[in-house]
Ligand binder design. Structure first.
Ligand code: SER
Ligand code: ZN
Length: 497
């Protein structure tokens, strides 16, 4: 990797008059030997290859390898030069970056078209050349380093592309009898249990399916969460950017988010034109609205991230661990392009989100207890056929990353069940050990100083229903006695003419 940087310093007085050229030469030489090589292996680092002094202006050209990157060298140099000029009662007023070129070897096949703070990109013969548009402030914010990191990420992402998704079978249940071969969504529509709502991938669940959802929640509560000491909380369902910055979602969630905007002001006058337009056309003027709103975040996507603000910046005593809480207070929203299907793939869905926090061993051990609990519930209540697989951790997938957690300690287990009507397997819940990612991202510490870990498990109510009904039919007589009694009588409220 090569860096070439041209900058100009503007000083408070004439350098050509105030400092002799031999002194400046001496200074630059010294910097080339010491300052710009510090921390780099022998023979590596940065070098001032040219400089010129014209009155108050000093032109600099620095080249480097990846060890002391030219922008680091420039910042070092500015500091040192400031001290040097200070001895001559001259200060540095400002610094302008005229040109900054970064060149590196690059795969021919991987096209880079646009990058932030890069004004031109040249790509030929296995080389990539970036012409940056940066200033001193951006150098100090380490933007060039971040651009290089971004390229490394893109290179890694490309290496995963085309490869099969990570999936490793961990467990298969016994075969179970299936009592249905139709699409349960179609059947529920036919019976008037559900109807597509006004929004995309959104349904209205009638009394029957709602009762089944509530029974699922009670089964989980009574048979899993209560015995394990869980308490219920209410997590926010609007997620501001700050949460997604900390959780990593800000890196990749954009194509799937449901965005939330607030009015730039709630002054009715500011909105009058919009109201008037609607009144005379009966059309909602989207363009006019867009000018008057501000995106402040998105709707709940992964459910657990906004909870972590509860612990933001806190230190917790070791003896309250493990912390075990869950939330079932609202919807999750994902823009599921194309893949929408019945109640199996939705833009708006309902989930019980289970979160546990503890020391590493506690979190891993607790995940095992949950896994055992789930298996019991699937065998005894749902009587479904399912399998469990080790997959790309959800928190990586949601950041747009591929790959598998190397150790079988941190990562996600997906629970999948076959849908007899299509023969396809549907993921209906997961259990994840998230390592120290969340405590770190939200600066949560343990009194003893030991590492804090966490895990989470999302139970999709629509997905449970899709699996149960697809395998066992909509007829409660075909369900286990335990499930039947948990659900109770299916209510008949509506009739249509
Ligand atoms: N937060 C996890 C996920 O989004 C579990 O629900 O998959
Ligand atoms: Zn979660």
């Amino acid at each position: 990797m090569e860096f070439q940087l041209k900058a100009e310093l503007k000083c408070s007085g004439s350098v050509s008059e105030g400092v002799s050229s031999s002194e400046i030469e001496e200074f630059m030489k010294h910097c080339n030997i010491e300052l710009l090589k510090k921390g780099a292996p022998p023979g590596c680092g940065a070098e001032i290859v040219r400089w010129n002094v014209r009155g108050e202006k000093i032109g600099l050209e620095i080249v480097s390898d990846r060890f002391v990157r030219a922008h680091d060298a420039l910042l070092r140099l500015k500091n040192e030069f400031g001290k040097f000029l200070g001895r001559h009662r001259i200060g540095i007023r400002s610094m302008e970056i005229e040109d900054y070129e970064i060149a590196m070897d690059w795969e021919e096949g991987l096209a880079i078209k646009k990058l932030p703070f890069v004004r031109e990109i040249k790509q030929e013969e296995g080389r990539l050349k970036l012409f940056l548009a940066v200033n001193e402030f951006l150098l100090e914010k380490r933007i060039p380093d971040r651009i290089i990191r971004l390229l490394e990420d893109k290179r890694e992402a490309a290496s995963w592309k085309g490869k099969k998704e990570h999936w490793e079978l961990l467990f298969e249940s016994k075969k179970k009898p299936f009592y249905f071969d139709k699409d349960p969504t179609e059947e529920m529509i036919r019976l008037g249990w559900i109807r597509h709502a006004a929004g995309r991938g959104q349904w209205i669940y009638g009394p029957q399916l709602t009762k089944i959802f509530r029974a699922f929640e009670h089964i989980i509560l009574d048979n899993l969460l209560e015995p394990l000491g869980y308490e219920e909380m209410i997590f926010p369902k609007f997620v501001p950017w700050d949460v997604w910055k900390r959780s990593g979602h800000a890196k990749g969630i954009y194509p799937e988010a449901y965005y939330v905007c607030t009015p730039k002001t709630r002054d009715p006058e500011f909105w009058e034109e919009v109201m008037d337009y609607y009144k005379v056309t009966n059309e909602v003027p989207l363009d006019m609205i867009m000018e008057r709103i501000e995106p402040v975040g998105g709707m709940c996507y992964a459910q657990c991230p906004p909870f972590w603000i509860f612990l933001l910046g806190k230190t917790i005593p070791d003896e309250i661990l493990p912390i075990t809480v869950f939330d079932r207070s609202g919807t999750s929203h994902r823009y599921e392009s194309g893949g929408l299907h019945g109640i199996e793939r939705l833009d708006e869905f309902h989930r019980v989100e289970i979160v546990w926090i503890g020391k590493k061993e506690q979190v891993i051990e607790h995940a095992k207890q949950l896994q055992e609990g789930y298996r019991r519930i699937f065998d005894e209540f749902l009587e479904i056929e399912w399998r469990e697989a080790w997959v790309t951790p959800w928190f990586m997938a949601q950041e747009g990353k591929a790959g598998l957690a190397e150790l079988k300690e941190v990562g996600t287990i997906d629970y999948e069940a076959v849908l007899p009507y299509s023969g396809k397997w549907l993921e209906f819940q997961n259990v994840s050990v998230n390592g120290d990612k969340y405590p770190k991202g939200f600066s949560v510490k343990l009194q003893s100083g030991e590492e804090l870990w966490s895990g989470c498990s999302g139970v999709g109510l629509e997905r449970w229903a899709a699996v149960l009904l697809a395998q066992k039919s909509l007829d409660p007589d075909k369900w286990s006695a335990k499930l039947r009694s948990a659900v109770g009588e299916l209510p008949e409220v509506f009739r249509f003419l």
